[in-house]
Design a protein around this ligand. Structure first.
Ligand SMILES: *Cc1c(COP(=O)(O)O)cnc(C)c1O
Length: 366
């Protein structure tokens, strides 16, 4: 079986380092936040090129707290992409604000700045670009619109650890940015995890309070907050894995380049669009085809995982039925949901397995 992501293969390459890191946390009984999380936060802030990194329990918690710290709440509209994982819009809704969608660029499937402009109303408070599949959104025009209309920008960088935009790094390009360390992400914990990065001292201070019961000091609570703290073990594991991330990202880039080279020109298949404005982190290699079901039948025989990111655009989810956004509201995102599928991609995939995938795609569409 060729999985979409092989977490076991990656773990095997660094197992002694991971065991040692966990051992240290156990020896020190530093189970919640503490020195291992703090040292990861320093290293991750430096990696991202941001002044602060604050770890939380998940990427969703990171989004929720970044929005709250930025003052987003009931009565606000927040513009984001309908083509993303559900959590982006979910976290907007958790604050009491309303997620408002703008259709995406047909190539990159990232927010289309001109469509964002058209979606702005008197209630709009913020824009949340998602760096989908590891490619940064087109930040310059988005930031220009935000500046002109006095809106906040918060990045959803959950899929974009190590991606760049021109001379900037994902996670350093807006008021705040949110990362997920879900195991399958480019930098994954061995459990749940997430982080907020920011250059803004006030946002950092607010997130620090909110993630830990609004408590600046044990048993003193200045605001009502959450328990969104990260485990010490995950902090220690993430520190180990961060040292390998640049090499893993290079391996992803090389494999993605190889897919593109070998599948170029195949009829009935649309390859991912590289906007060329920075370094793509290749979280996913997502292609499109009208004949997805035919490809999946061949994949089933060839024992290749079938994956769709994402089969239902967020505005069509049952959970958002009250937004009243019928089929046809965002045709580009809807068309992508109908035709997208992701090819196996992880640093340890290797050329032999990749060739097996390439042959299966060619067999189905050739
Ligand atoms: C994974 C992901 C999230 C949520 O992160 P969790 O750690 O699973 O809570 C949010 N946004 C995007 C784009 C994601 O891919």
């Amino acid at each position: 079986m060729i999985p979409l992501v092989d977490l076991g293969a990656q773990l095997a390459t660094i197992r002694p380092e991971i065991d040692a890191a966990i051992g240290k946390v156990l020896d020190q009984t530093a189970f919640v936040l503490g020195p291992h999380v703090e040292s990861f936060e320093r290293a991750f802030a430096e990696f991202v090129g941001a002044k602060h990194a604050l770890c939380v329990h998940s990427g969703t918690a990171a989004l929720h707290l970044a929005f709250l710290a930025a003052g987003i709440g009931p009565g606000d509209d927040v513009i984001t992409a309908p083509s993303s994982f559900f959590a982006t819009a979910e976290a907007i809704a958790l604050t009491g604000a309303r997620p408002v969608f703008a259709d995406v660029d047909p190539g990159t499937l990232n927010l289309d700045p001109e469509r964002v402009r058209s979606a702005i109303t008197a209630k709009t408070k913020a824009i949340v670009p998602v760096h989908l599949f590891g490619q940064t959104a087109d930040m310059d025009p988005l930031r220009a619109i935000a500046k002109e209309k006095n809106l906040l920008v918060i990045e959803d960088a959950a899929q974009a650890h190590g991606a760049t935009y021109k001379n900037e790094r994902a996670g350093s390009m807006a008021l705040a940015a949110c990362f997920s360390f879900y195991p399958g992400k480019n930098l994954g914990a061995l459990g749940e995890g997430g982080a907020i990065t920011t250059n803004d001292d006030a946002i950092a201070a607010r997130v620090r309070l909110l993630r830990d019961h609004g408590s600046p000091k044990k048993y003193e609570h200045t605001i009502v907050g959450y328990n969104y703290r990260l485990d010490g073990i995950q902090g220690a594991i993430l520190s180990v894995k961060l040292t390998h991330l640049p090499a893993w990202t290079e391996a992803r880039r090389s494999l993605a380049g190889r897919y593109t080279e070998k599948l170029q020109g195949l009829k009935g298949l649309t390859l991912p669009t590289d906007a060329g404005h920075g370094k793509h982190a290749w979280h996913l290699y997502a292609v499109r085809s009208e004949h997805r079901e035919r490809v999946f039948r061949v994949f089933a025989d060839a024992k290749i995982a079938q994956a769709i990111h994402y089969p239902i655009p967020i505005h069509r989810q049952e959970a958002f039925r009250d937004l009243n956004l019928p089929e046809g509201s965002f045709p580009i995102a809807e068309e992508a949901a109908r035709t997208l599928f992701s090819l196996p991609l992880y640093p340890e995939l290797g050329h032999e397995k990749q060739d097996h995938v390439i042959e299966a795609v060619k067999k189905a569409l050739g």
